[in-house]
Write a protein that binds this ligand. Structure first.
Ligand code: HEC
Ligand code: HEC
Length: 289
């Protein structure tokens, strides 16, 4: 590499030198310096005027008393005040009257329906799916197959008190026993064949012996003909809708270990009006009775 001759400089150096490289001592440009001073003054002014320095519980409030949280709270309070007559109306009405009420009803564009949809998307969709179509273990809420009942009152009760939600005294409760403890593997396979034959799945053929086992062990909750019982939350075993699955392995698992789906109770967590709106929304989805 050809060495360039170093030009002699008039500028002062700091006196530092590394391997022949010297550090100049140029003054900072004036405009730069003044901009820096200005930002410092601005910063101090901001700290005094607005919330700024974090403390253990929040931040220094600032002389202007501004708070983004208070602003949101005020907006929410304003909207709640606007809606107060509507929420009061929803609580006042019979559940069955809400959808046809002039003030809050009118499916798909009514206040109750829209509110219910917002509640659903916020609190329910994670389990029941954004379209309420459910998934394994989480029932679809858009069909007319109901575990616990599809009238608006029944839906309201389910939402308020949940299902097997132990801390709610009025929760819906029932427990399918784990039959692995009472029945042999062969008996369980036989019963599963019988269950399959009820809805003609898996090409299952059942014997009279298996039918007897079903009547002795299962009919108390699932009914003699297997169509289920809403009082016990026991699903219909004769249709094509399955909460956990209808292949033999899943059915054997279900009967051996039992299932006990849990749905949270919402009274106390949502307002009475919100629960009623959610019930109106679910009831309108297509399966409502
Ligand atoms: C943590 C999951 C979870 C969340 C959140 C949840 N659910 Fe459920 N829900 C369930 C499960 C599980 C069942 C079925 C319980 C069973 O097996 O009996 C259920 C059942 C239901 C049923 C009864 C269906 C029937 O066939 O009878 C309704 C109605 C319902 N949920 C509505 C809602 C609403 C409305 C919300 C929101 C406010 C909600 N759920 C939030 C898990 C959830
Ligand atoms: C004490 C009442 C009770 C008895 C007795 C009972 N079940 Fe159940 N069964 C239920 C309930 C409640 C559920 C729903 C569990 C849930 O939602 O998590 C259920 C669910 C099922 C399911 C799941 C259905 C699906 O859609 O995935 C099958 C299959 C089933 N039971 C078969 C049987 C068979 C077979 C017997 C007899 C050996 C039996 N049950 C006895 C209450 C009972």
């Amino acid at each position: 590499m050809a060495k360039k001759p170093v030009k002699k400089q008039e500028v002062e150096t700091t006196g530092h030198e590394w391997d022949g490289i010297q550090e100049y001592n140029n003054p900072l440009p004036r405009w730069w310096l003044w901009t820096t001073y200005l930002t410092i003054i601005w910063g101090i002014g901001y700290i005094i005027a607005y919330p700024a320095i974090p403390l253990i519980n929040g931040a220094t409030p600032g002389l202007l008393g501004y708070s983004s949280r208070a602003e949101v709270a005020a907006d929410i309070a304003e909207i709640e005040a606007q809606n107060a007559p509507l929420t009061a109306r929803i609580i006042e009405l019979e559940l069955t009257e809400i959808s046809s009420d002039e003030l809050v009803g009118g499916e798909a564009d009514g206040f109750a329906y829209n509110g219910g949809r917002a509640v659903f998307q916020t609190f329910c969709a994670q389990c029941h799916g954004a379209g309420a179509n459910g998934s394994k273990g989480y029932p679809s809420l858009i069909d007319d197959d109901w575990l616990w009942g599809g009238s608006i009152e029944e839906i309201y009760t389910t939402i308020s008190h949940g299902i097997r939600h132990e801390t709610d005294l009025d929760t819906r409760i029932s427990e399918m026993p784990a039959f692995g403890e009472f029945l042999s593997k062969e008996e369980i396979v036989g019963i599963v064949d019988y269950v399959g034959s009820l809805s003609s799945i898996n090409g299952a053929v059942a014997t009279e012996e298996h039918e007897m086992l079903f009547l002795d062990n299962c009919a108390a909750c699932h009914a003699d003909d297997g169509t289920g019982d809403r009082f016990a939350g026991a699903p219909n075993l004769t249709d094509a809708i399955w909460l956990y699955g209808s292949d033999s392995a899943t059915l054997i698992d279900t009967v051996t270990y039992a299932r006990a789906g849990v749905m949270p109770a919402w009274s106390g967590r949502l307002s009475e009006s919100q629960i009623r709106q959610a019930a109106v929304y679910i009831h309108s989805l297509g399966g409502g009775e």
